[in-house]
Design a protein around this ligand. Sequence first.
Ligand code: SAM
Length: 278
Amino acid sequence: MNTSQLVINDQEFHLIRTLVSQRFGINLTDQKRSLVVGRLQKLLKDQGFTSFKDYYQAVVRDNSGAALDKLINRISTNYTYFNREQAHFDFFVHSVLPPLTSHLRSCNKQDLRIWSAGCSSGEEPYMLAMLMMDYLGEEYGGWSAGVLATDISDQALSRARLGLYDEEKIGRLAGPLRTRYFQRQTDGNWQAKEQLKSQVTFRRFNLMNRHFPFKRPLQVIFCRNVMIYFDAPTRDALVQRYHQSLEPGGYLFLGHSETLGREQSAFKYIMPAVYRRQ
Ligand SMILES: C[S@@+](CC[C@H](N)C(=O)[O-])C[C@H]1O[C@@H](n2cnc3c(N)ncnc32)[C@H](O)[C@@H]1O
């Protein structure tokens, strides 16, 4: 077995960085160079490539897109956990759902349209679905609700659809939610019950797509800890598309390091990393 470290030269790094930026918006800065080597090394070796240039050429030549899928599975950072930035979930339950659902009831449109964009392995959309189900209780069945959850990584989406989490991952989830919506397995892992899984629709979707395929505007978008990997023009263009996809008064939740600048006046600041469409 060849255990030697592959080396990436400036030109090769530039090619891969440009490809990843153009296709996925992810900005691989110079500081990410060793991360790129670390994440792609095994893939190259398994496929018999001895240089990043040969690998790059094979990826761009592959019209099926499969090689690009493998690349993004390796390059994307899928780190996430239940209850991440808990203040957002508290705000969702206590300040978003009550006025939104009572307004919808009053106009007889019991229809909630929530999107987790960059959902990774499912912790965020499952959180949102559990909170909605808990909040609406027995009334939930009469609503058209649920969460649309999208990501670019099909590997992350497969984990999300399986909904299987180990003790350490599930440990961040409050006991009552855990026992109500997850089933403990004999090996100690926990799996989302069908009742929960059926409320989250997982789809592969690239946030770089110019067109967002929504027939009706959304009320809430969670896109947290995704745009930190994008450069400023890509972030601004995406925020613009979120604005077009939200109904007036709809909420945009970002990660804590992804605040909108003052120039984004189409959104009103509500609390750290939470904005409302004007
Ligand atoms: C760090 S995770 C964030 C997960 C979750 N939102 C959270 O805050 O914990 C970032 C996710 O964004 C996804 N992502 C990155 N670029 C994307 C793109 N262009 N389109 C869709 N998803 C993308 C990655 O695959 C990854 O799963």
